[in-house]
Design a protein around this ligand. Sequence first.
Ligand SMILES: *[C@@H]1O[C@H](CO)[C@@H](O)[C@H](O)[C@H]1NC(C)=O
Ligand SMILES: *[C@@H]1O[C@H](CO)[C@@H](O)[C@H](O)[C@H]1NC(C)=O
Ligand SMILES: *[C@@H]1O[C@H](CO)[C@@H](O)[C@H](O)[C@H]1NC(C)=O
Ligand SMILES: *[C@@H]1O[C@H](CO)[C@@H](O)[C@H](O)[C@H]1NC(C)=O
Length: 461
Amino acid sequence: MKGGNSFRSRGRKFSSGLLALLFATVLLWIWEKNPFINTLQSAQDQFLLSSSEFIFDMPNDSMVSAHHKEHTDEKDANVTPKISRKAEQGSDNSVMEKSTSALSPKGKGARHSKSSSKRKVCNYAKGRWVADKGRPLYSGFGCKQWLSEMWACRLTQRTDFSYEGYQWQPENCEMPEFERSSFLRRMQDKTIAFIGDSLGRQQFQSLMCMVTGGEESPDVEDVGVNYGLVIPPGAIRPDGWAFRLRSTNTTILYYWSASLCDLELLNITDPSAGVAMHLDRPPAFMRKFLDTFDVLVLNTGHHWNRGKLNANKWVMYVNGRPNEDRNLAAIGNAKNLTVHSVVRWVDSQLPSHPRLKSFFRTISPRHFLNGEWNTGGSCDNMSPLSKGSVVSQDESNDLVVQSAVRGTKVKILDITALSELRDEGHISRFSAKASDGVKDCLHWCLPGIPDTWNEILCAQV
Ligand SMILES: *[C@@H]1O[C@H](CO)[C@@H](O)[C@H](O)[C@H]1NC(C)=O
Ligand SMILES: *[C@@H]1O[C@H](CO)[C@@H](O)[C@H](O)[C@H]1NC(C)=O
Ligand SMILES: *[C@@H]1O[C@H](CO)[C@@H](O)[C@H](O)[C@H]1NC(C)=O
Ligand SMILES: *[C@@H]1O[C@H](CO)[C@@H](O)[C@H](O)[C@H]1NC(C)=O
């Protein structure tokens, strides 16, 4: 009787959690679908603008001017993305292919049907969070060299760090503990590139801390200049960073491209004239340096709203001309087009870049409750896993990325649902702007959730 009761109440809790998730998903979906909601939400847009690239940023982290340098890259990169669809079947079957084949139709195909009863298909996104005393993977005090102060929650007023003590356990995949030296040995002479928005930058900083153990080290060399990642005239920081570990000759780099579109000044001599945002052309940086990458991790998402576009003076271009397609004026459709064309372009490059392993990371969830960043929205829960600890669904909550990679050899790095369970891991009211009542429920504390994204990545490279 007693047991039955507690079971029922747990069931209720569980289903209300599910309802909340469902609600959030539907909201997200509506968000993606409906341009008008986007337009109406200028307040949120402002948050995204200010928080991810400005408000929460420390002095040497302020607004970058991607288009300035992108533009200089423009001349030698008149490559247009091939939109031709690669053959969807019969492509060869790498180890990675098998490990994530839950999301590709091929994985369920006849070829695997015999073994499928024995060997379950591996989907890293499906599993559970479990407590782990061996965490965090590096010190939140120590990793000063690569970790932005604004994201190092150990340096803030926060006193509860229980969010650091969990490990992601995929249900049907081998995911060995992250081990620096063995990872770096595997990455000998290799280059790992992150290209995306500030959440991509968080993942980059996390990996830098993971591979160095968060210690300052003479082994690390700044090689940004090799990638043109220097501070442009008039800017405060470069558009990215690149570091090389001398001992294994491993390079890890990040390039800021929030939309994954190629950006081009409309008037070279007058930046205020605006920026062409080529929806169907990958960033010049990526086209230029793809040859040097062994691992590529892409992401985009939080800049696809009217406020961001207007604030950055981004004007949509398709086929090299200003967009006239009304359908694409809806931001969700424009994002979908860009995600699909970036994936297709990378996929088209894979035959000529056989050692390249490419990933598209799904969207990182935000957790504002009861308002937006500027209307009292917050994420005050500090107790881990109050939304549950298990992801049991097979599909991703990021339908755009999931559909874009389907049928290609670009892998999905699906972190959306597992990160949705970790609302306590945001910077929250401990942000640099907390005194202004601004809370950051978008970015994550480091060490923290993005470390897990990297563990899932490292298991697949
Ligand atoms: C930020 O600035 C500090 C001190 O000015 C410097 O040591 C650090 O390398 C800078 N970080 C980045 C990522 O440029
Ligand atoms: C480091 O690795 C790159 C390939 O990523 C290679 O071209 C280069 O020669 C290597 N350098 C040394 C010193 O081994
Ligand atoms: C570009 O900007 C400059 C300076 O404002 C202006 O003189 C010029 O006419 C502009 N060019 C075009 C094509 O609009
Ligand atoms: C996204 O774009 C792809 C390719 O252009 C298209 O097939 C798909 O229907 C689009 N999805 C949505 C939701 O618009």
